[in-house]
Design a protein around this ligand. Structure first.
Ligand SMILES: Cc1cc2nc3c(=O)[nH]c(=O)nc-3n(C[C@H](O)[C@H](O)[C@H](O)COP(=O)(O)O)c2cc1C
Length: 355
């Protein structure tokens, strides 16, 4: 039994946001000295040449990354790298600080191995994140910044919000993700409306002197037609990849106590839908796909890769599996690649995709 398996029942007695803050404090302590960093790396970091992935011009030492929302304000980048994750996403970052929804707004679904959240872009805002990243020695893994809008912005204001965050944090990001799929933010207008998406992408393309990769993050609930129309715009605007998926509004089949709380569902209950979204997208585009939703072990990561994901991310799986998550997935992926006779992750990408 791992230490985390022993500690988890105690952590799960705390309100989820308190447990999350405690976990982050632990990670901050772990990255605070060279000595603790090397202890963490000795215990958890695993690298293997078969795990290296090239996507949108960047090299990822492992295809397993941390998803948006876990480190919204960029506090624990080194610890995430030391634990063996191959990349991480800061954000969603909004132009100004924002409180999000009132608490409680994060619920564990222990009988479903999932979570419901309606945080709605709480965060310190682009200025504080910029200052922090200026002071931070960035780890040697790709860092993406997930850009978002203020909850009270109208359609025009939202475009300016995305541009502001993009420009303010430009120097800190290896690539950007535009988040137009949060199911918890107030919907003043249709965020996935083709003209709106076109305006966002063309605005960011104009504000991108170094041509840094820009990806878009989609939800799992749009259906094939919605995805096809999004892919058309992505191709037209020269967007570099797609992150699939955000949380789902579908609460069917949930059995835990808080199943009826409103908000986006993540973790195990989202996994089949998110994987199908990856598969559908892989049939619609050759662009790299970052698969996210219910990844928690090597099998779930590999399923997304075989469905068409070049990279995978996770959040809820980390909460349930603890600090050894990346190590377990990384070592397990190498075994699965060996079993199937693949020499690299890229050989396995999309072997189960739609044609
Ligand atoms: C508490 C929480 C906060 C999140 N915040 C964000 C966010 O700010 N921006 C975003 O794009 N996705 C956010 N997400 C969605 C995750 O990045 C991910 O897409 C989703 O949780 C599915 O992955 P998982 O099943 O591994 O958790 C959040 C998820 C959770 C559980």
């Amino acid at each position: 039994m791992s230490l985390y398996t022993a500690v988890r029942p105690l952590l799960f007695k705390l309100p989820p946001e308190t447990a999350h803050s405690l976990g982050k404090l632990g990670l901050r302590a772990a990255q605070s000295t060279d000595f603790t960093r090397s202890l963490v790396r000795d215990q958890y970091l695993y690298r293997h040449r078969k795990l290296e992935v090239e996507a949108f011009g960047l090299t990822f030492p492992s295809p397993v990354g941390i998803a948006a929302g876990f480190d919204k304000d960029g506090h624990v980048l080194q610890a995430i790298a030391d634990l063996g994750f191959g990349f991480t996403e800061v954000g969603t970052v909004t132009p100004s600080p924002q409180d999000g929804e009132s608490k409680p707004r994060l619920f564990r679904l222990p009988d479903d191995d999932g979570m419901i959240n309606r945080l709605a872009f709480n965060g310190q805002g682009a200025g504080r994140v910029d200052d922090r990243l200026d002071r931070t020695e960035l780890p040697d893994i790709p860092i993406s910044i997930n850009v978002g809008k203020m909850n009270d912005s109208d359609e025009e204001g939202a475009i300016e919000d995305y541009r502001y965050v993009f420009e303010r944090l430009y120097d800190h990001a290896d690539y950007f993700v535009v988040n137009v799929s949060c199911p918890n933010t107030p919907e003043e207008y249709d965020e996935e409306d083709p003209d709106h998406l076109r305006k966002i992408f063309s605005t960011l393309n104009e504000a991108n002197p170094e041509d840094k990769p820009i990806l878009v993050k989609v939800g799992p609930d749009s259906g094939r037609e919605g995805l096809a129309s999004l892919v058309d715009i992505v191709h037209e605007q020269g967007i570099d990849g797609i992150v699939a998926t955000n949380t789902t509004t579908d609460h069917s089949g949930l059995e835990s106590e808080h199943a009826d709380e409103w908000g986006g569902v993540s973790g195990d209950p989202l996994e089949p839908k998110a994987t199908e979204t990856v598969r559908t997208l892989a049939g619609l585009t050759d662009l790299p796909i970052v698969g996210v939703g219910g990844v928690r072990d090597a099998e779930t990561a590999y399923r997304k890769i075989r469905a068409g994901a070049s990279l995978v991310q996770l959040y809820t799986g980390f909460v349930y599996e603890g600090p050894s998550t990346a190590r377990q997935i990384n070592t397990g992926l190498v075994e699965l690649l060996d079993r199937d006779g693949f020499d690299s992750i890229s050989e396995a990408v999309g072997v189960d995709a739609e044609n």
